[in-house]
Design a protein around this ligand. Structure first.
Ligand code: TLP
Length: 375
C-alpha cells in the first residue's frame, strides 16, 4: 500500500493504539469516563465561549485583529519579553522559533527525550534543513552542562555551526519535571558565552512556575525565545504563543506565514486564549495536587510501578511490571472501565490531570486501575 492509501487511524504517542476506538466503545456503554490521556483534551470554558462569541476581530495578517494584538501584548508582558506571536500550536511555535534562530545546515542541541526531537516529526530538519544533535536528558529533564560544553562545535570546515540550544520546561517525557530558574539561567549564560541562542519549549511553563512557586518570566529570563501553549492545562481550544525580542518576533512572523500559519480573523480563538491566561493559570496547582494523589493511590498496586515522589506537576508515568501485560492491553482493559490512559511505550502509560478533573475522579480512576490489575 502506498503511503497515502493507508487507513487513517489515531495512534498513541508510540504507535498502534487506536484511541478513537476506545472512545467509541466507552461512549456506547454510556459510562462515566475519566480521560487522563492528555491535558490537550480540556474543553473551552463557558467564559471562553462567551469571549469568543463577543470577540472584536480584524485581519491579523494585516496586524489588524485587536483581540490577537491584545493576547500577544499580554503574553509578552507575562513572559517578560518585548513581543509575542500567536500561533496555531506548540509544534508550530517551536518550528517557527527554530527556523528563525537557525539557517539550513546549522545545528541545534536538544534533549533526546524532548518533544521537539521525539514528537514534532523532525519538522525543523524536514522543512528547515536544521541538524538536530541530541544530548541525553537527565531524569529531571535537564541537559548536563558538561554534555552541552562537549557538544558545542569549534569553528572547523567539517562541522555544522552550533546555533541553538532547546530546553523543555516542564519536561513532558521526564515525568513532567519543572526545571528551576537557577538551572535555566545557567544554560542561558552558557549559551551567551558560546554565542548560541536559547529557545524554551515552555508548552507547560505555567505548570513549571506553579510547581516552583515563581513567575513564568523568571524561568525564561535568559532565554531568547519561548513557546507556551494555551490549549493544554489552560483549556483554550487552540493556540500557542511565541515570545521574544521585537526583532525576533518580526522574523518569526515571516516564518509563520511561510509555514501557512498566517491566520485572518483569529481573534475568535485568541479571545479564548485571553481567558486562559487570566482565569486558568492559578488553578494549575490543583492539577498538580490531583496528579500526586493519583500517583500515591497507584503506588501500592501490585504489577505497576509509580513513584509519587517524582510527580511535581500534572504528569504521571506508570510502568508495568507484570509479566506479559502490555500497555495496550491494560489501556484497553481500562477503557472498558471508563478510564483512558495513553500508552507511551510498550510497557508504560501516561496520565495527565487537567480541568475539570477533581480529586474524587482521580480516586475513582485509581479504584478502576486496582480492579483491572486484580483481574
Ligand atoms: N504534547 C502532546 C503530544 O504531542 C505528546 C501531549 O499530549 O503531551 N511541547 C510539549 C512539551 C508538548 O507536550 C507538546 C504536546 C507540544 C510541544 C506540541 O504542542 P501541540 O500539540 O499544540 O502542537
Amino acid at each position: 500500500m502506498g503511503r497515502t492509501d493507508r487507513k487513517p487511524a489515531v495512534v498513541s504517542a508510540e504507535g498502534q493504539f487506536n484511541e478513537n476506538e476506545i472512545l467509541f466503545r466507552t461512549k456506547e456503554k454510556k459510562m462515566k469516563q475519566i480521560d487522563l490521556r492528555s491535558d490537550t483534551i480540556t474543553l473551552p470554558t463557558t467564559a471562553m465561549r462567551r469571549a469568543m462569541a463577543d470577540a472584536e476581530v480584524g485581519d491579523d495578517v494585516f496586524g489588524e485583529d485587536s483581540t490577537v494584538n491584545r493576547l500577544e501584548a499580554m503574553a509578552a508582558e507575562r513572559l517578560g519579553k518585548e513581543a509575542a506571536l500567536f500561533v496555531v500550536s506548540g509544534t508550530m511555535g517551536n518550528l517557527v522559533s527554530v527556523l528563525t534562530h537557525c539557517g539550513r545546515g546549522d545545528e541545534m542541541l536538544l534533549g533526546d527525550r524532548s518533544h521537539t526531537f521525539v514528537y514534532e516529526q523532525g519538522g525543523s530538519a524536514g522543512l528547515g534543513g536544521i541538524h538536530p544533535r541530541t544530548i541525553p536528558n537527565q531524569p529531571d529533564g535537564t541537559l548536563d552542562l558538561d554534555d552541552l560544553e562537549e557538544a558545542i562545535r569549534p569553528d572547523n570546515i567539517h562541522f555544522p555551526r552550533t546555533r541553538l540550544i532547546v530546553l523543555e520546561n516542564t519536561h513532558n517525557r521526564c515525568s513532567g519535571s519543572p526545571l528551576p530558574s537557577e538551572y535555566m539561567r545557567r544554560v542561558g549564560t552558557f549559551a551567551r558565552r558560546h554565542g548560541v541562542k536559547l529557545h524554551v519549549d515552555g508548552a507547560r511553563i505555567f505548570n513549571a512556575a506553579a510547581a516552583l512557586a515563581c513567575e513564568a518570566s523568571e524561568l525564561v529570563a535568559e532565554a531568547d525565545s519561548v513557546t507556551f501553549c494555551l490549549s493544554k492545562g489552560l483549556a483554550a481550544p487552540v493556540g500557542s504563543v511565541v515570545c521574544g525580542t521585537r526583532d525576533f518576533i518580526a522574523e518569526a512572523r515571516r516564518a509563520r506565514k511561510a509555514v501557512g500559519g498566517g491566520m485572518r480573523q483569529a481573534g475568535v480563538i485568541a479571545a479564548a486564549g485571553i481567558v486562559a491566561m487570566t482565569e486558568m493559570v492559578d488553578r494549575l496547582a490543583d492539577d498538580h495536587v490531583n496528579a500526586r494523589r493519583f500517583a500515591a493511590g497507584l503506588s501500592d498496586i501490585r504489577g505497576l510501578s509509580v513513584d509519587p515522589a517524582i510527580v511535581r506537576t500534572n504528569i504521571v508515568y506508570i510502568d508495568i511490571l507484570r509479566e506479559g501485560l502490555t500497555s495496550q492491553d491494560l489501556a484497553q482493559r481500562l477503557a472498558g472501565k471508563g478510564v483512558l490512559l495513553l500508552p507511551t511505550a510498550s510497557r508504560q502509560l501516561r496520565a495527565v490531570t487537567h480541568h475539570p478533573i477533581a480529586g474524587k475522579d482521580v480516586d475513582g480512576a485509581v479504584d478502576q486501575i486496582r480492579q483491572a490489575m486484580a483481574e
